[in-house]
Design a protein around this ligand. Sequence first.
Ligand code: 13P
Length: 238
Amino acid sequence: MILAANFKSNHTRAKTAAYLEALEAFVVAQEIHDEIIIFPPATALMQKSLHVKVGAQNAFAVQNGAFTGEIALEQLEEFGIKTILLGHSERRHVLGESQELIAEKFSFYKEKGFRIVYCIGEPLEVREEGNEALLEYLEGQYEGIDFGYDNLIIAYEPVWAIGSGLTPTEDDIVLIHGAIKKVHNKPLLYGGSVKKDNARAILGLDNVDGILVGSGALDVNDFLAMIKDAKDINKGVE
Ligand code: 13P
């Protein structure tokens, strides 16, 4: 399975280094074979450890240049970063990234061979319209994206579930993931209010290949507990 922690705008460089060290030690001690990724903030980007990938939460679709406030490929290369999160709902809805811009970033980082975790998910008003409207909304987030790309992971994160303590029902996760997988047969993570108390149940669901966790993974011990849950379930997803 794939377990990813998105720190968002949390943790310093020192805290991230300690987190990564604890994670690496656990993965070795527990002989974990699942894929583990952390996405620290830009100021805490650092080399991956032997068994844990470090990814960027965002980067501009250029090698370098005049893009105030953005980081680009050059800054990722400095730390050997080869994994990136794109299309996160906070970048779409809080920072106003268009599908066109996201697709541009996707194409650029695909070209560079990055492992891309591509996020999709609907806001509450769409969820309330029912499954058909929901799936139709997600189609808008497929625009301009090459889902045939080998190094792609999809993360389904309903906007209303992020940071809210709410999650879809288990049946809904299986259903929506099944519908997404029918169109794009890629590893598919669930994200949105995953905590150490519900991770095991979610990881065990059909069509769920892993989790993308925000606040519930800020404490490394909680993330370790989730990794242990995945090991126990052991679905053996690549
Ligand atoms: P929470 O786990 O805090 O709900 O955030 C999920 C998320 O956005 C991960 O990318």
